[in-house]
Structure formats: C-alpha cells, structure tokens
Design a protein around this ligand. Structure first.
Ligand code: RB5
Length: 167
C-alpha cells in the first residue's frame, strides 16, 4: 500500500500569526487609561486587526499629550485611517488629538455615541474616558465604533466645514 506523507508545517498560536491584510490601528493612553488600553489591544488582535501600541507601557504617571500626538500623527499623515486613545476623562486626549489637521477625535462613553460619532461625524479617532467606563463597556464601545460607517449625505457637507478656517 502507498502511503503519502504530507509535509508538516509548524503551527503558531493565533497571537503570533501575521495577517498582511489586517488594518493597523494605532492605540495610545496615559497611565489612567493604561489598564483598559491593554485589554483593547487584546480585543483588537482577537478581532483580526493589527494594534500598533504607542504606549504608555505601565501605570506610572505620564503626560497624555505625548500619546495623543503619536496616535493623531499617524492618522494625520495617513499611516493609519483610524486610531484609539484613552485617558482618565478623555478630555486631554481630545484637546490634543483634535489639533491635528484632518483628525476628528470623538470622545464616546456609550456605544450609541460611538456609533453616531462614525455615522454623523466620520470620526477617525475613538477616545475613551477610562475612569468612567468599565472594561466591558470599553470593549463594547470599541466594537461598535469599529463596525459603524459614515452615513454621508448631509453629514458630508458638515464634516467638510470642520476644516474651514475659523472666522
Ligand atoms: C490624569 O490624572 C488625568 O488628568 C488624565 O488622564 C486625563 O483625564 C486628562 O484629561
């Protein structure tokens, strides 16, 4: 009897496999958002995205603008189409990220707001207030935001006006 033996390839655990089609999502937080960021990095990977963790990497006190600028620069310069930021209230990340041209960073504390931030505002950065949402709420907000799309129509005109010079 002829027995064919197939070549065997090493099998890697899912977390080590490389998917060249995966969307890169830059993500960053200060110390207040560190724990939730770690969870969201895992969730992004499990959902098939490629998280690009731009820090912080511990719960030691640090300055939120450093991370907001890193993530917002990636979106501003089209190295990524979307990103995620976290700090205690979400406000510091919002002040900083929204100074970058073309960035629409939306602070969302519920899935409904996250959905509308994509549908009406075409937000390209999600900001989470880590001290005001549970881990599970944070995951749900992230998933909702990732899956929602821009509705266009009348909202396109409004979004275009955002980049106008202030008068
Ligand atoms: C840090 O204590 C806190 O100020 C920061 O995470 C953020 O809430 C600022 O907007």
């Amino acid at each position: 009897m002829l027995v064919l033996s197939l070549p065997s390839f090493p099998s890697f655990p899912p977390s080590l496999t490389f998917n060249p089609m995966a969307e890169v999502i830059p993500i960053g937080s200060d110390h207040a958002g560190f724990q939730l960021k770690e969870r969201l990095v895992e969730e992004l990977r499990a959902l098939g995205y490629e998280p690009l963790d731009l820090g912080t990497h511990s719960s030691d006190s640090t300055d939120y603008p450093d991370y907001a600028h890193r993530v917002a620069s990636k979106v501003e310069h089209h190295d990524a189409s979307r990103g995620v930021l976290l700090c205690g209230t979400g406000l510091g990340m919002s002040y900083t990220a929204n100074r970058h041209p073309g960035v629409r960073a939306a602070l969302a504390w519920s899935p409904e707001i996250a959905k509308l931030a994509r549908e009406h505002g075409d937000s390209n950065i999600l900001i989470l207030p880590a001290r005001f949402v549970s881990e599970e709420e944070g995951v749900e907000i992230l998933k909702t935001w990732l899956d929602a799309g821009f509705a266009g129509g009348r909202h396109s005109r409004r979004v275009e006006k955002i980049e106008q010079e202030p008068r």
